[in-house]
Ligand binder design. Sequence first.
Ligand SMILES: CC(=O)SCCNC(=O)CCNC(=O)[C@H](O)C(C)(C)COP(=O)(O)OP(=O)(O)OC[C@H]1O[C@@H](n2cnc3c(N)ncnc32)[C@H](O)[C@@H]1OP(=O)(O)O
Ligand SMILES: O=C([O-])CC(=O)C(=O)O
Length: 374
Amino acid sequence: MVDKKLAGAGLRGQSAGETALCTVGKSGSGLTYRGYDISDLADNTSFEEVAYLLFNGELPNKAQLETYKTELFALRDLPQALKAVLQAIPADTHPMDVMRTGCSFLGNLEPEVDFNQQKKAANRLLAAFPAIMCYWYKFSHDHVEIDCITDEESLAGHFLHLLNGKAPSQLHRRVMDVSLILYAEHEFNASTFTARVCASTLSDMFSCITGAIGTLRGPLHGGANEAAMDMIQSFASPADAKIQMAGMLERKEKIMGFGHAIYRTSDPRNVIIKSWSEKLAQEFGDASLYDISVACEEFMWDSKKLFCNADFFHASAYHFMGVPTKLFTPIFVCSRLTGWASHVMEQRSNNRIIRPSADYIGAEPRKVLPISER
Ligand SMILES: CC(=O)SCCNC(=O)CCNC(=O)[C@H](O)C(C)(C)COP(=O)(O)OP(=O)(O)OC[C@H]1O[C@@H](n2cnc3c(N)ncnc32)[C@H](O)[C@@H]1OP(=O)(O)O
Ligand SMILES: O=C([O-])CC(=O)C(=O)O
């Protein structure tokens, strides 16, 4: 990968610490979790195996995986007090604010009082996030109080089942599982760095994750998949997409789902989710959204050498599986929780408070004038 000249803005290009969790833009296809290439993980593991890998350092064997899945299964339901809070959140609330509140309130009910409980707290959030999202969504939008337990084996299937009120197809289960694997971890991205800064003050797990959710919410980070969906849906055809996008670039608008702070020529997650999106389009029986997405990708590369990041083809993939656009970024939370919590644990294992310096560009030293003279 080619290194880009980067000025200091946004701390770009500066190392802000060490990690054994992930490499971005370095070896293999460009993304590894604990030494495993992302394409290998996406082809050969489940999201629960990846969560175990991130939390424990090694992939589980069969018995360890079964034990872990049983543990997560038992942690899926929500306490009544949390359901009551979710019921009180209005339907027009941004779903990322719901995730933030859900996480924070669970931390009130089941606080991490000792760092020995860090994995327990992380697993609790991992198991409960799908229900936090779907319980609020179904209650506020459809006036239905859903049961937060399903018999689905995987968290991917559990989420789709809660959302649609019925068992998903094998294809949908697998695509959601792959999606959760792709989004799980990404080194020192903005939301993870937020979690690490919070952890460095020796704060609790729920505070670290709540802060990270707030950071992921923005359209320059996790919010891009929803913004990409809105844009793709506004195009009438592949030809129209190219015309509209040319206008957006002319007006210097940012095109969501394209570009990356670290990758220079491609995001290795894109080719994976793109191929699943194509399969879903065939199953859906209407490939127009996929064809428009491909036209966007071609146009951006031809005109600006900008490539799709992980978010772009996630938009059509989620849409084909019947996921409402406003829940796209909350799914990212359900997955990235694994990366965030692993970084919190790693920060704690070798901690020094994160406190960089700033280059001062303000006024010269001066005296306070009495208020009557100002
Ligand atoms: C899972 C994730 O979080 S992936 C990221 C999701 N975010 C998005 O998709 C939002 C759209 N993309 C962007 O805003 C950016 O590419 C970011 C935030 C991801 C990276 O930002 P940076 O590191 O500053 O990008 P980079 O240095 O490569 O940008 C250089 C120039 O390329 C152009 N550029 C980069 N991305 C885009 C884009 N998506 N659309 C149009 N122009 C772009 C801009 O002209 C930018 O300069 P300027 O914004 O200072 O005028
Ligand atoms: O690494 C980044 O800056 C953003 C990103 O792709 C991610 O968090 O998955």
